[in-house]
Write a protein that binds this ligand. Structure first.
Ligand code: DMJ
Length: 736
C-alpha cells in the first residue's frame, strides 16, 4: 500500500473516461430500463412508504436526459405532500410543457408559498439536503464506473480458474445489485470472449445497478420526516463532538508494566557454514545501508544513495527519522548494538510528533507506531512505549468521521483529516484503515486505555454490517456514508494488508479473535473464486477485480499473499490446510518467475498475464523495482513452513541481484527498469529496505528459533508484535 501515487499514476484520466461513459450511456438506455421507472413495478406494493406513495400524475421530462429528474420529482413529491414548499426553487428543472417540477410538486398538495424567502430556516436546510442528495445521485454514479479502457482486456483474456469454487460457495449476503452482477459475470465467462456489445451491455447494466442502489439509499433517507433528519444530524454532530472531547482529554500517564523478556531474540549462529556466511553477508548489507544513511541523511526520513543526501516523502509530513525508527528492530535482531543505541538516542532526543503537516495515517502507523512498539517489545526501553502511545494519541482525530472509518490523511497539529483527492468518491482506502488493527490493539494493551482498541473494533463493526459484492471487499469505503465506493477489489495495492491483518489479528489474539478468523477465511474463499486464476503455462496469479471484470495483472505488492496463505493454512479446516500451503507455494513460484524473467533478476512493480505474456511487465511505468520486500516475505514464510531449500536458493538469487544492481557507494538504490541491461537508478533507499527486505532475508538464513512464528507476528512493515496470550499476558498492566 505504499507509494500510492505510483499506483495511481494516470488515475485522473481514468476518472474522466468514466465521466464520459456515464454521460454517453444515458441516451442509449433501453426503454423500460429507466433509472427510476415511471410506472410502479409489480413488486412494489402501493402505500408501502416508498418514494412514490404520494407520486402525482406523469412526471415532466426534459428533452434530454429527463428521466434523471424522475427521481427528483418522485422524491420531492413525498416532501411536498408532507410539508415542503419547493416550487420557487425549481425553475432550472422546468419541462418544456411549463409544468416543471415546481408545478408538479405544487400540485401535489404541498403548502402554498410565494417563494424561497417565505421558507423557514429549517425548511431551507432540509431543501438544501434534498438538493445535495440529487446532485450526489446524478453525478456520484460516475464514480462507480470501472476504468473503461480495461473493459475489453478483461473480456478478451483467456484464463481458467486456478481452483474450482468450493461446492458450497455462496455469494455475499443478500445483495440485490450484486446478484445481478454475479449473473453478468457468469454470462461473460460463458459468452463469446471479446464481444464488445456484451461488454457495453454489461457496463450499462452496472451503471443501472449502481444508480438503483444509490436511489434505494436516498429513498430511505427521504422517507424520514424533516424532524427525524434534523435529529439524526444533531445526534451525529454530538457524537463527533463527544469523540473529539474524549480524545482530547488529557491522557492519563502510562501505567507501569512488567516487562517480560522477549522470546527467541538471541541469535544463534546457523550450524551450516555456508548458511552462516550468507547470513553474515546480509548483515553486512544492513551495515552498508545504515552507515550511508547515517553519513548522508542522519535524522532525515530516507537516503538518496546516488546524490548522497536526504530524501523526504510527503507520507510522513514533517515527522523525521523514518529510516531510524523503521530500522530499530532489524538492528536489534542483527545484534548491531551500537547502532541500536545511537538510534535510540536519536528517538529520545529528536523524534517529535508536534508537527504542523499532513501525514498518511497508514504509513505513520505501520512504520512509526509499529517500529516503536517493536523496539519496545524487543528491548524493554520505556522511551519506545512512551513515544508509541504519544503518537497513537496524535492519530486519534483521524477517526472523527461519521462512521468512525478514519481519514487517510491527518494534519497532526490541527487534527483535521481528509482523504486522498484521487480516491473514488472521497473514500478511505481498505488497505489503509484496515491496517491499523494490530498496532492499535497493542497501544491499548501498553497504555491501559481501551480507546485504541475501540477505534479499530468499530472499523470491523462497520465492515461487518455492509453487504459485500460476491463476498469481496471493495478497496473504497466512504467515511461519511459508511458505504462502499467504486467496486475495485485487489489483494495488491489498496487492499493487501487488510487481509493480512485479519489473519494476524486472529493469530495475535492467541487464536481467540474468532470473528477475525472467520472474516479472513470468508474473504480468502471469495478471492479464490473470483480473483485467482492460472495462466496457460500453469502459473497461479491473483488478478484485480473491477465490478466483475478481471484485470489480469499482479503487483509486486500482491506477492506478500503467498506467505499469508501459507501462514493461514494452520487455521483452515483440516481438509483445506494443505491446499492453502500449496496455494502459498504457487504464488511464491509465480513471483519468483516475475524476478527470473527480468534482466536484473529483480521483480517489476507489476506484471501481466495477457496479450501473450506471463509474469512480465508490459507497461513502462510498471517496470521499476524500489527495493520492495514482498517476495522475500513470502520466501521467508515458505521457508519456515516447508523447509524446501528452493526458498533459500531463490532468496540468495535476490541477494546477488541486489548486490549486482542496487548496491552503490552511497547505499542501495531502486531501479527504474529491471529489464534494461544497465541500471537506471531512482536514487532512493526506501526505509522499508532496512525494516523489511533485509530482515526477511536475514531470517531466511537463520534458524527457526530466531523469532519463532508461534510467539511473534510481523506487522505490515515487518515490525514485531508479540502474541497476546489469553491466560498469561506477556505484559501485565497494573491499573493505577
Ligand atoms: C511497506 O511499506 C509495507 O509492507 C506496506 O504494507 C506495503 N508495502 C511497503 C513496501 O513495499
Amino acid at each position: 500500500m505504499e507509494n500510492l501515487t505510483n499506483f495511481y499514476e494516470g488515475l485522473q484520466p481514468a476518472v474522466c473516461r468514466a465521466c464520459l461513459c456515464a454521460r454517453g450511456a444515458a441516451p442509449g438506455r433501453r426503454p423500460g430500463a429507466e433509472l427510476f421507472p415511471q410506472g410502479r413495478s409489480a413488486a412494489q406494493p402501493r402505500g408501502s412508504g416508498g418514494l412514490d406513495t404520494q407520486d402525482p400524475a406523469p412526471q415532466p421530462r426534459t428533452p434530454s436526459g429527463g428521466e434523471v429528474w424522475l427521481l427528483s420529482s418522485a422524491a420531492l413529491g413525498h416532501w411536498t405532500a408532507g410539508a415542503m414548499p419547493v416550487g420557487g426553487l425549481l425553475p432550472l428543472f422546468s419541462s418544456p410543457a411549463g409544468g416543471g417540477l415546481g408545478g408538479g410538486l405544487g400540485g401535489g398538495g404541498g403548502r402554498k408559498v410565494s417563494g424561497p424567502a417565505a421558507l423557514r430556516l429549517t425548511e431551507k436546510f432540509v431543501l438544501l439536503l434534498v438538493f445535495s442528495a440529487f446532485i450526489t445521485l446524478c453525478f456520484g454514479a460516475i464514480f462507480f464506473l470501472p476504468d473503461s479502457s480495461k473493459l475489453l482486456s478483461g473480456v478478451l483474456f483467456h484464463s481458467s480458474p486456478a481452483l474450482q469454487p468450493a461446492a458450497d460457495h455462496k455469494p455475499g449476503p443478500g445483495a440485490r445489485a450484486e446478484d445481478a452482477a454475479e449473473g453478468r459475470a457468469r454470462r461473460r465467462e460463458e459468452g463469446a470472449p471479446g464481444d464488445p456489445e456484451a461488454a457495453l451491455e454489461d457496463n450499462l447494466a452496472r451503471i443501472r445497478e449502481n444508480h438503483e442502489r444509490a436511489l434505494r439509499e436516498a429513498k430511505e433517507t427521504l422517507q424520514k420526516l424533516p424532524e427525524e433528519i434534523q435529529r439524526d444530524i444533531l445526534l451525529e454532530k454530538k457524537k463527533v463532538a463527544q469523540d473529539q472531547l474524549r480524545d482530547k482529554a488529557p491522557f492519563r500517564g502510562l501505567p507501569p508494566v512488567d516487562f517480560v523478556p522477549p522470546i527467541g531474540v538471541e541469535s544463534r549462529e546457523p550450524a551450516d557454514a555456508a548458511i552462516r556466511e550468507k547470513r553474515a553477508k546480509i548483515k553486512e548489507m544492513m551495515k552498508h545501508a545504515w552507515n550511508n544513511y547515517k553519513g548522508y541523511a542522519w535524522g532525515l526520513n530516507e537516503l538518496k544513495p546516488i546524490s548522497k543526501g536526504g530524501h523526504s516523502s510527503s507520507l510522513f509530513g514533517n515527522i523525521k527519522g523514518a529510516t531510524i525508527v523503521d530500522a530499530l528492530d532489524t538492528l536489534f535482531i542483527m545484534e548491531m548494538k551500537n547502532e541500536f543505541e545511537e538510534a535510540k538516542s536519536w528517538v529520545e532526543e529528536n523524534l517529535d510528533f508536534n508537527v504542523n503537516a499532513e501525514i498518511s495515517v497508514f504509513e505513520v502507523n505501520i512504520r512509526f507506531v509499529g517500529g516503536l512498539l517493536s523496539a519496545y517489545y524487543l528491548s524493554g526501553e520505556e522511551i519506545f512505549r512512551k513515544k508509541a502511545v504519544e503518537l497513537g494519541v496524535k492519530l486519534l482525530p483521524a477517526f472523527h468521521t461519521p462512521s468512525g472509518i478514519p481519514w487517510a490523511l491527518l494534519n497532526m497539529k490541527s487534527g483535521i483529516g481528509r482523504n486522498w483527492p484521487w480516491a473514488s468518491g472521497g473514500s478511505s482506502i481498505l488497505a489503509e484503515f484496515g491496517t491499523l488493527h494490530l498496532e492499535f490493539m497493542h497501544l491499548s494493551h501498553l497504555s491501559g486505555n481501551p480507546i485504541f482498541a475501540e477505534k479499530v473494533m468499530n472499523i470491523r463493526t462497520v465492515l461487518n454490517k455492509l453487504e459485500k459484492p460476491q463476498g469481496l471487499y471493495p478497496n473504497y469505503l466512504n467515511p461519511s456514508s459508511g458505504q462502499w465506493g467504486q467496486h475495485h477489489v485487489s489483494v495488491g495495492g489498496l487492499g493487501d494488508s487488510f487481509y493480512e491483518y485479519l489473519l494476524k489479528a486472529w493469530l495475535m489474539s492467541d487464536k481467540t479473535d474468532l470473528e477475525a478468523k472467520k472474516m479472513y477465511f470468508d474473504a480468502v474463499q471469495a478471492i479464490e473464486t473470483h480473483l485467482i486464476r492460472k495462466s496457460s503455462s500453469g502459473l497461479t496469479y491473483i488478478a484485480e477485480w473491477k465490478g466483475g471484470l478481471l484485470e489480469h495483472k499482479m503487483g509486486h505488492l500482491t506477492c506478500f499473499a503467498g506467505g499469508m496463505f501459507a501462514l493461514g493454512a494452520d487455521g483452515a479446516p483440516e481438509a483445506m490446510a494443505q491446499h492453502y500451503l500449496e496455494l502459498g507455494a504457487e504464488i511464491a513460484r509465480t513471483c519468483h518467475e516475475s524476478y527470473n524473467r527480468t534482466f536484473m533478476k529483480l521483480g517489476p512493480e507489476a506484471f501481466r498475464f495477457d496479450g501473450g505474456v506471463e509474469a512480465i511487465a508490459t507497461r513502462q511505468n510498471e517496470k521499476y523495482y524500489i527495493l520492495r520486500p514482498e517476495v522475500m516475505e513470502t520466501y521467508m514464510y515458505m521457508w519456515r513452513l516447508t523447509h524446501d531449500p528452493k526458498y533459500r536458493k531463490w532468496a540468495w538469487e535476490a541477494v546477488e541481484a541486489l548486490e549486482n544492481h542496487c548496491r552503490v557507494n552511497g547505499g542501495y538504490s531502486g531501479l527504474r527498469d529491471v529489464y534494461l541491461l544497465h541500471e537506471s537508478y531512482d536514487d532512493v533507499q526506501q526505509s522499508f529496505f532496512l525494516a523489511e527486505t533485509l530482515k526477511y532475508l536475514y531470517l531466511i538464513f537463520s534458524d527457526d528459533d530466531l523469532l519463532p512464528l508461534e510467539h511473534w507476528i510481523f506487522n505490515s512493515e515487518a515490525h514485531l508484535l508479540p502474541i497476546l496470550r489469553k491466560e498469561k499476558k506477556e505484559v501485565e498492566i497494573r491499573e493505577e
